[in-house]
Design a protein around this ligand. Sequence first.
Ligand code: SF4
Length: 432
Amino acid sequence: MAVATPLMDKLEILAEGAKYDVSCASSGSFRRNRDGIGNAASCGICHSWTSDGRCVSLLKVLMTNSCIYDCAYCINRRSNDVRRVMLTPAEVAELTIGFYRRNYIEGLFLSTGVVRSPDYTMELLIAAVRTLRQEYRFNGYIHLKLVPGADPLLVREAGLIADRVSVNLELPTREGLALLAPDKSRDAVVAPMQQVNRLIAVNRGERRESRKVPRFVPAGQSTQLIVGATDESDRQIVTLSEQLYRRLDLKRVYYSAFIPVVADTRLPDRPTSPLRREHRLYQADWLLRYYGFSAHELLDDRMPNLESDLDPKTGWALRHLDLFPVEVNRVDYETLLRIPGIGVRSAQRIIWARRQGHLAIDELAKLGVVMKRARYFVTARGRYAGECALESSDLRSRLVTGPVPKKASQLELPLFQPLVGDEAAGLISGEL
Ligand code: SF4
């Protein structure tokens, strides 16, 4: 007779299986709490972020680690010999509400392997979220994975009960997907993203007419790209991200350095994952979204990959020395953003401070400017503070950055520690 797996054992396995998905974060969702519990705040329910934008206070879990597909890079793939478990929709809801009441989490990130069919799997995910929303009146943040190939009606239903949805593109090109995830087609992956984008636009229009229209995916959609499992250049990746932001209005593209968790002849034989590359891609992504850069300005045919020893903005500035130094008291906001060492906030502070009078070079650091980099690219009241001339051969070596921060791993939150005795019983029953 088969022995049932205890709930906390299932949770441990399914939380482990979910940790390679970095596409969860929450922002921009606001849903007023009327008679339920929990709030999705306007700046996102999760206020804890890792340095690369990963959200840390969601219950991040798979519904099941069983899968009918066999993606080469995935620990949960059909051919991998791992213990398979599955939560019922009721169990997902009970766990979430239990952790929420204990103040361990502020929301849920629910993903899954694909069981039986995309429709069947999507229905299970929706059933779990519907139970949370309707039975437990849970009003907190929910990020739900969409299953490529699921019926558009299910996608629509998911978008009406979740705050954010995501479909992982995983591989940047059609060819990469065909090589490593042959069961999934690029079209099946992109179709729900396009549908969500259309429905968000329709919903915005409807809500302008009437605020009673329920919100559709209020925190928008995101996706994840695996970096380094196939041979795409950074240029291909950054250009794809730019298209996703412009054409599908994605909130975030997450980059996940390829980690070899399963052996497969189709995968690169790489002992370490390219964390520095992932870090540089996040920096380039930031430049696309907040600094007014285009992908073709950062990378082109002659330079298809980001420099590993320089951040992309400094690299761009070194290739455009004819534009520097600039006088910080005269240039516009957009130009300030292009100066290495000046970020969005320091550029805003400079614009504000200039209203009081011309800035001196030694005032810039107080406004948040990183003078270690900026000193070579600016003058203030005509004064240049670089330790060498712009055209000096020393300049590049002075600007090279140090080691990349370590990859943030899934936090060892107490919720992933097994609970015992009454504690576990209370949690499982939801009586906390
Ligand atoms: S669809 Fe592919 S990536 Fe997703 S769980 Fe299944 S094997 Fe893994």
